[in-house]
Structures are given as structure tokens and as C-alpha cells.
Ligand binder design. Structure first.
Ligand code: UD1
Ligand code: UDP
Length: 356
């Protein structure tokens, strides 16, 4: 029996190919949702759109400080694991839901599989970096997306026989959904293909600090003005809260909208002239969709995107962000996708169930 633990928007999206594969191979599995994300447009909408089964358990932990949120998840997960005794627990990525699942399962001597293992920003001020390192080091199956992330795991002393390079399930998810995403979102927003910019910003270390958040918004305002293009910014709830709290604003070219569903978001990404972000998943998706990306962070755990030339690190200073956008405007989008062939889900399910 496989238990798939998830809790946030990106985990629902990146676990969806694994869930589909379990269905296809008729494996016994069930889903536990921690409830870390709970607003309809951060949670249910993805289950509906991706046609995923209801989680058997939802812990409804909601928001809280790092410790309160993680502790509540751990208590609920422990209770469920003792009751259900799954053979293997799968977690994906670097959120608090991932850390809680991995720690509890490993202490109950239940095998843990970490999807998207081996990513490192080498910046321990990010809660995600702590979550990744600890999860990798208590996992039994490690599924790095690339050879580069495998090498990171080996350097940290993780034994090679636990590691399988699979590609990233984000590629599977794009292949499975990109056709479906051809819809009316551009018309509805009154924008034209390749004549607008797309922005997402939600990292705690960016939006919870007024100087950094303001620097990013000022950079986006400069770009909107110089490029004379509309900017679509589907704003994450954390960022919306901080935007209001700090009394920030944007210029008239920047259109703030609520978080959008996956199919609309894929379409917005694929048709954008350029994407400016601090999201992990968006750095990968733009690389796969061949759309230039400017990452408004000081580091990235997705260096493959920088190496192939789809992405550039801009930090949070307005003029540096503008300079990076000018540079990315000129790049040829002929790079190769480093994140695999879209069969990561199949490799992962085969591996944990002992097929080849
Ligand atoms: C979390 C992850 C981050 C991931 C992101 C994906 C951690 C430490 N962080 O960050 O790695 O990139 O999810 O989007 O696990 N909120 C709502 N509705 C929701 C969820 C959150 O209104 O459905 C608001 C609440 O005010 C909450 C805040 O957003 O306090 C932050 O939510 P939280 O889950 O703690 O962190 P994220 O910033 O979403
Ligand atoms: N996404 C979405 N709607 C949005 C913004 C993002 O569906 O309004 C999707 C996006 O396609 C990607 C994932 O959410 O697959 C990224 O999630 P997020 O940026 O919240 O988290 P991160 O990847 O940084 O952990």
C-alpha cells in the first residue's frame, strides 16, 4: 500500500502524474492531505481540474508558525500511519508537509520515497532548504530529477543504491495537461500572445520583508514601463496579505488577480513574453515551455535552468531586475529541457513497487 502525502498547490500538481500512474497500474494507494493549503483556489480547484480522487484523510492543519504547522501535521500523520500501516510513504518537494511526512514515517520504520530529491539552494535561511536536507537524509528511496541533483546526494554521503534519477514529474504534468490548457484566458484578460509579462512572487524571504518585496515590485514597475507591456500578476495569499500590510502598490500596467487554476496558469506561462518569479515550479515550467524567466532571488536550487540559459538570477534590487529582463528579452529560446522525458511518474511507481 502506497501513501501519497501532499499539502500545497505545487505538491498536488507534481504528485498528479504519480497518482495517475497508480491508477493506471491499479496499485493500492491512498492520499493524505495535510491541509497546509486550503483556500479553494490553492487546493480543491487542482483536484477538480486534474481529476484526482478525494484524499482519504485531510488533517486540516491550516496556517501557523513553522513549528505549530509542522507539529500538527506530524501528530495527524503519526495517527494515520499507525492505523493504516502503509508499505511506503511518498512525499514531494520541500514544504512543511514533506518534512512532517518524512520524519514521522521514518521513525515508524515505514519506507519513505522523496520525489524531487537532491535540490539545494545552499541558503539555510529558507525553511524549504531545511525541509529538503532533512527529508533527503531520512528517505529510503530518493528520486532526484537530474544527474546534477543525484551528485549532490552522493556528495552528502547518501548511498547510491537508494537513488534513481527519474526526471521531474512537472514535465509529466505539463505533457498531460498542456493541450487541455488551450482556452480563453488571454481573451478574458484582454491580453495577446507574447505581448504581456507574467509575474509570481510568494517566497517568505521575499514578501515578508518590506524592502525586498518593494524592490521586486519597483523592478516590475520599471519593466512594465520600459517594455510598455501589461503585466499579469496572480498573487499568492501570503503575498496579498503582506502587500496590504505594507501598503504597497503597483503601476497601472500591472494587473493583480487572484491565484489562477493550473490550466489557465499553464496557458498564461506558455504565451507570456517573459516570466518574472521566485517560484521553484515556475522556473522549471518556463524552462520546459521555452519561455524566458527572470528569478527574483539571490540563489536557486534549480541551477539547470541557469545553465541551459532559460533563467537568470536577478536578486531583488529594481535596477538589477530591469537589467536582467533586458538581457532575457534578447535570448534565443532554443535551450533543451533538462528535467526529463515526462515519464518520471512511471519510473517512481515502478521503483517503489519493485517492477524492474
Ligand atoms: C508554502 C511552502 C512553500 C511553497 C508554497 C507553495 C513551506 C515552509 N512553505 O508556502 O515552500 O513554495 O507553499 O505555494 O512549507 N494562505 C491562505 N490560503 C491557503 C494557504 C495559505 O490564505 O490556502 C495564506 C495564510 O495567510 C498563510 C500564508 O498564506 O499564513 C502562508 O501559507 P503557508 O502554507 O504557511 O506558506 P506558503 O507561503 O504558502
Ligand atoms: N500555479 C498555478 N496558479 C498560479 C500560480 C502557480 O496553478 O496562480 C502553479 C504553477 O503552474 C506551478 C505551481 O503552481 O506548477 C508552483 O507553485 P508555487 O509557485 O506556489 O510553489 P513553488 O513551486 O515555489 O514551491
Amino acid at each position: 500500500m502506497i501513501l501519497i502525502i501532499l499539502g500545497t498547490r505545487p505538491e498536488i500538481i507534481k504528485m498528479s502524474p504519480i497518482i495517475r500512474e497508480c491508477e493506471k497500474q491499479q496499485k493500492e494507494y491512498f492520499i493524505l492531505h495535510t491541509g497546509q493549503h486550503y483556500s479553494h483556489n490553492m487546493d480543491k480547484i487542482f483536484f477538480e481540474q486534474l481529476n484526482l480522487p478525494e484524499p482519504k484523510y485531510n488533517l486540516d492543519v491550516g496556517s501557523g508558525t513553522q513549528a505549530v504547522q509542522t507539529a500538527k501535521m506530524m501528530m495527524g500523520i503519526e495517527h494515520t500511519l499507525i492505523k493504516e500501516k502503509p508499505g511506503v510513504v511518498l512525499v514531494q518537494g520541500d514544504t512543511n508537509s514533506v518534512l512532517a511526512g518524512a520524519i514521522v514515517a521514518s521513525k515508524l520504520k515505514i519506507k519513505v520515497g522523496h520525489v524531487e530529491a537532491g535540490l539545494r539552494s545552499y541558503d539555510k535561511s529558507m525553511p524549504e532548504e531545511i525541509n529538503r536536507i532533512l527529508t533527503d537524509h531520512c528517505s529510503d528511496y530518493l528520486f532526484p530529477p537530474t544527474e546534477k541533483s543525484k551528485q549532490i546526494l552522493l556528495k552528502e554521503g547518501i548511498s547510491e543504491d537508494k537513488i534513481l534519477v527519474t526526471g521531474n514529474t512537472v514535465v509529466d504534468a505539463i505533457h498531460q495537461n498542456i493541450k487541455l490548457s488551450e482556452n480563453n484566458v488571454l481573451n478574458n484578460l484582454r491580453i495577446k500572445k507574447k505581448e504581456y509579462l507574467l509575474v509570481t512572487v510568494h517566497r517568505q524571504e521575499n514578501v515578508d520583508l518590506i524592502d525586498r518585496f518593494k524592490g521586486i515590485l519597483d523592478g516590475i514597475n520599471l519593466i512594465a514601463k520600459e517594455f510598455n507591456l501589461p503585466v499579469i500578476y496572480p498573487i499568492h495569499p501570503r503575498s496579498m496579505n503582506m502587500f496590504k500590510k505594507f501598503g504597497l502598490n503597483t503601476n497601472e500596467n500591472v494587473k493583480l488577480i487572484g491565484p489562477v487554476d493550473y490550466l489557465n496558469f499553464l496557458q498564461l506561462e506558455a504565451s507570456a513574453k517573459m516570466v518574472l518569479t521566485d517560484s521553484g515550479g515556475v522556473q522549471e515550467e518556463t524552462c520546459i515551455l521555452r519561455v524566458p524567466c527572470v528569478t527574483m532571488r539571490d540563489n536557486t536550487e534549480r541551477p539547470e535552468t541557469i545553465e541551459v540559459g532559460s533563467n537568470i538570477l536577478a536578486g531583488t534590487q529594481p535596477l538589477k531586475i530591469l537589467k536582467c529582463a533586458r538581457y532575457m528579452k534578447k535570448v534565443e529560446n532554443t535551450w533543451q529541457n533538462p528535467f526529463g522525458d515526462g515519464k518520471a511518474g512511471e519510473r517512481i511507481v515502478n521503483n517503489i513497487t519493485g517492477v524492474n
